[in-house]
Design a protein around this ligand. Structure first.
Ligand code: KG4
Ligand code: ZN
Length: 342
């Protein structure tokens, strides 16, 4: 099955061609304009998608050496994310499917992140636990089967990636903040400052990152300019250590609680080296199998959407032509997890 995947939920125009489990191409056009504003400006994002999406799709088909007529279907993100951005991808997908007379299916962006794991040679076999950590979401998902998800923990306020982005802004590191904080953290001492770790009681699988973000803000404000400059790397390293410790501890506790011996990682924050390393060590100590996609498949991309599409289209699923963007689409019924918040 040859599927075109289209992803435009935020500020990357992405398209990929996937043949069953194999990536034939994976093309991304990042939007540089948002750096100037310190965050994504929704109106600019949708306009940039209008300009870049068709060339990105062309490139994806060309690199895959696949013609439009050879496509068996199209998969496209329909939520969660920015309505105007999603609308661009959705309209292109629908128009192409209609013109080519092939099926199309709408994909939950978070399901797409999870499916990055199914593109690996050592793909997971459900049931397994997946930690989904991105700019907009932080949740623990029990994947019971392809298409069957149970969210067992989620953030009650900021997502982990959002905390990285906000801390980067406080420290004057620009946008997107995650990679900038992570690289500065490499030169700092993770034990220099003891930032708070929230909701660490046993049996609580929800997250809260607004406290640590505020603690960084107050700490930075309390320092004279010169000492702030000297302390920058220590602050970044100590903040990262606090976030990573919570993510790792709760993930391993959830795997144990739901008796799952495979843990997968997904979402943009999964690109974080320290998180990958700590999770690897914890999984080894718990006798768990850990699956971590390469960085290019953790951050937003079209291949993960195409692979989720392969799964749904194979099962005969089709989306109705009236399907529109669902900006706050959720994944999986909530079990004991907080509602709202991110
Ligand atoms: O999944 P993603 O590409 O887009 C969303 O669905 O949100 O995730 C983007 C998020 C941003 O918050 C970015 O700062 C964060 O992932 N991120 C990182 C790293 N690389 C990206 N956070 C920490 N460390 C990184 N190396
Ligand atoms: Zn994402």
């Amino acid at each position: 099955m040859i599927i075109l995947g289209i992803e435009t939920s935020c500020d990357d125009s992405a398209a990929a061609v996937v043949k069953d489990d194999r990536i034939l191409s994976n093309v991304i056009a990042a939007q540089a304009i948002h750096g100037r504003y310190g965050g994504v400006v929704p109106e600019y994002a949708s306009r940039a998608h209008l300009r870049s999406l068709l060339p990105v799709i062309d490139t994806a088909l060309r690199e895959a050496r696949v013609t439009m007529q050879e496509l068996d279907g199209i998969a496209v993100t329909y939520g969660p994310g920015l309505a105007g951005s999603i609308l661009v991808g959705l309209n292109v997908a629908k128009s192409m499917a209609l013109a080519l007379d092939i099926p199309w299916v709408g994909i939950n962006h978070l399901e797409g992140h999870i499916f990055a794991n199914f593109l690996l040679p050592e793909k997971p076999v459900p049931p397994f636990l997946c930690l989904v950590v991105s700019g907009g979401h932080t949740q623990l998902v029990v994947v019971e089967d392809e298409g069957r998800y149970r969210t067992v923990g989620r953030t009650i306020d900021d997502a982990a990636g959002e905390a990285f982005d906000k801390v980067a802004r406080v420290l004057g590191l620009g946008y997107p903040g995650g990679p900038a904080v992570a690289s500065l953290a490499e030169q700092g001492d993770p034990c220099a400052i003891n930032f708070p770790r929230a909701l660490m009681q046993e049996g609580n699988f929800n997250f809260s990152f607004s406290g640590v973000k505020t603690a960084v803000l107050y700490y930075a404000r309390s320092l004279p300019e010169e000492s702030l400059r000297e302390q920058l790397a220590n602050i970044a390293a100590s903040f990262q250590a606090a976030v990573v410790e919570v993510l790792v501890q709760k993930t391993m506790a959830a795997a144990k609680h739901w008796q799952l011996d495979t843990v997968c990682l997904a979402g943009g924050v999964a690109a974080n080296k320290e998180l990958r390393l700590r999770l690897e060590q914890a999984a080894a100590a718990h006798g768990c199998r850990l699956i971590v996609p390469p960085v290019a498949l953790c951050t937003d991309n079209g291949a993960m959407i195409a692979r989720a599409g392969v799964s749904r289209l194979r099962r005969g699923e089709r989306s109705p032509d009236e399907l529109g963007p669902v900006p706050s689409l959720v994944l999986g019924e909530e079990e004991g997890a907080a509602s709202g918040g991110d």
